[in-house]
Design a protein around this ligand. Structure first.
Ligand code: PNS
Length: 164
């Protein structure tokens, strides 16, 4: 069975990797779908987000990374995926996730959304907060892969010297 794990991944966190690791055990093949999301004005470009994700999942033989644009269900259909995988951290995630899952089911009833509960060690991590913490000088070690941490550092170092 083929699954899609979609997201913006701006950038990938250890919380995402926890879902990928656990999710990849019950599907034959897992495609991580990186959304080329211009609405969210991402910090990292699509090629950067894809490269960081590829680096982070390089030890998972049945996980691959691709970017997509447009509707998730169209991407899933092109890939012939049966399952969309999403992680849920807290009750606050539920409403949005439910809405998305029901919309996707209406658009593509043959594709099932499966939710994994975030591991308790990761349930507070979000890409948005990681970016905020590092931008304001806090430590994010252990929250993102080391490669992502150094890219974030480079990015914000450039930003902060530019604004000086
Ligand atoms: O990491 P995110 O930003 O929570 O991921 C959201 C994502 C990419 C899963 C969602 O925005 C998405 O699927 N976008 C593609 C457009 C789409 O299919 N919209 C209709 C379903 S709500």
């Amino acid at each position: 069975m083929l699954g899609i794990y979609p997201g913006t991944f701006d950038p990938v966190t250890n919380g995402h990797l926890d879902v990928i690791q656990r999710g990849s055990r019950f599907v034959g093949r897992l495609i991580v779908g990186v959304l080329a999301n211009v609405e969210k004005d991402p910090l990292f470009s699509v090629p950067e987000r894809v490269a960081m994700m590829r680096e982070a999942v390089r030890n998972y033989p049945n996980v691959e990374v691709a970017s997509f644009d447009g509707l998730l269900v169209d991407f899933a259909r092109v890939k012939r995926a049966r399952v969309i995988l999403r992680g849920i951290r807290a009750v606050s995630d539920y409403e949005y996730e439910l809405q998305m899952a029901l919309m996707n089911r209406r658009l593509a009833p043959e594709i099932e959304t499966i939710f994994l509960m975030a591991g308790e060690a990761y349930s507070f991590i979000s890409s948005r907060m990681v970016k905020e913490v590092i931008r304001l000088g806090g430590a994010i070690t252990g929250l993102v892969p080391p490669e992502v941490e150094s890219r974030l550092r480079d990015r914000y170092l450039v930003h902060s010297t530019q604004t000086l």
